[in-house]
Design a protein around this ligand. Structure first.
Ligand code: BMA
Length: 387
């Protein structure tokens, strides 16, 4: 069937569902009119779930390792504590640009590809981050040198190199395939935390104009040149003060599908970390929801957590109430790396079996409005409209 016709039928089916008494508004399409059917379905499903106040629970690197284990098939710290796999799986592409077989956290890309397929088959959402090396200095993403962004733009000294990097990312995203060889949809979140200045693309290292050009270059190469019609584009800041601040570097509605931000909980010297986190995250989520609603984009809390969870009731006492009040499409907790050899510190954001916060996390995950992988599977997010 002709793709356009397919989509019109999908929209009509969506409207019929509305008539049957759900609160689903008519779906608005992704920025890319040529998005695959599965990608359009996913986007419509995310809108519907968001409109119904559901928050999907996500975890970075969930199937690869947890605290005290790695690469054991079937394991997941989230599952071992809550009884269900997460609804959103985050994976990280850093070092793919160097043609490395493992990412910067040592996750083999072959493993990642299979795990992404596993998540897709389970009806969960896949999101990709990319801590790309600094193309100008050859150091890591955390090398905040001015001029790095302009070096990759057309005419810049690293433009050709950067195209090779984008092509490697494109090849990986193009290799994510479902059972009928269809492309697996991904929420791609490049150049993230852009209001921070710890990455080479950060706010103090390039102008808004340069940032937008970086985004457009990435979009054009992946979407137009490589025809990767399985990408939903996630614009992502760190903390922001106002709508203007949030949108200062926004590439435009035609190149973004989700709007999101990242922030973490830190305890303060005064001991008022919970109150401060609640205050700033509530304020940001409130602004984000309004901006997303007015633009017809989907809001997400793309990274958060409290490193090593030193407070056993943090999830039900702090994060839970915030999300109940300001639900967004999904919340993603960062990775459960365990003991970091370099720093000697514990680095994990979801409780693992036996951790003091595990019972609290189980309660948090069971509560509305959170949705886990088991519940999401029933929503058939990739197929519910067109099949
Ligand atoms: C950071 C930490 C690092 C990791 C990076 C990319 O926040 O977890 O250890 O290398 O994310 O995944």
């Amino acid at each position: 069937m002709n793709k356009k016709l397919h989509y019109i039928i999908a929209m009509l089916a969506g409207m019929l569902l509305l008539d049957e008494g759900t609160t689903q508004p008519a779906a608005y399409p992704p920025a890319n009119a040529a998005a695959t059917a599965e990608t359009k379905n996913l986007y419509a499903a995310l809108q519907r779930l968001y409109a119904n106040g559901k928050v999907l629970l996500g975890h970075q690197d969930d199937l690869a390792y947890g605290v005290g284990w790695s690469y054991e098939p079937g394991r997941s710290d989230v599952k071992e504590v809550t009884g269900s796999f997460p609804a959103v799986y985050g994976w990280e592409l850093g070092n793919l640009e160097l043609d490395s077989s493992r990412n910067l956290d040592k996750v083999p890309f072959d493993f990642m590809r299979k795990a992404i397929r596993q998540g897709y088959d389970a009806g969960a959402v896949i999101t990709l981050s990319w801590h790309a090396n600094n193309p100008l200095t050859g150091k890591s993403a955390w090398d905040p040198v001015s001029g790095s962004v302009s070096s990759v733009l057309p005419g810049g000294a690293k433009h050709e190199l950067f195209l090779v990097w984008l092509d490697r990312v494109a090849a990986f995203i193009g290799s994510l395939r479902g059972p009928r060889n269809e492309l697996i949809p991904v929420l791609f979140r490049p150049w993230h935390e852009l209001t921070g200045s710890w990455f080479w693309w950060g706010q103090n290292l390039c102008s808004p104009q340069e940032f937008k050009q970086l985004w457009k270059l990435t979009y054009d190469r992946l979407q137009i040149h490589h025809k990767l019609n399985n990408i939903l584009w996630a614009y992502n800041t760190a903390e922001f003060n106002s709508n203007n601040h949030f949108f200062e570097r926004y590439p435009g509605n035609n190149m973004a599908d989700l709007v999101s931000f990242d922030t973490y909980m830190y305890q303060t010297k005064e001991g008022d970390g919970n109150a401060r986190f609640t205050e700033r995250v509530s304020r940001s989520l409130n602004m984000l929801r309004q901006m997303a609603d007015s633009l017809h984009k989907i809001p997400a809390f793309a990274e958060t957590g409290y490193e090593a969870i030193p407070q056993a009731d943090w999830f039900t006492r702090v994060l839970g109430p915030i999300l109940t009040r300001y639900p967004v499409s999904y919340v993603l907790l960062w990775r459960n790396a365990g003991l970091m050899p370099e720093s000697g510190k514990m680095h994990f954001y979801a409780p693992y079996r036996g951790h003091a916060s595990a019972p609290d996390f189980k309660q948090f995950a069971a509560k509305t409005p959170l949705m886990n992988g088991k519940a999401l599977k029933k929503e058939k997010i990739y197929h519910n409209i067109l099949q």
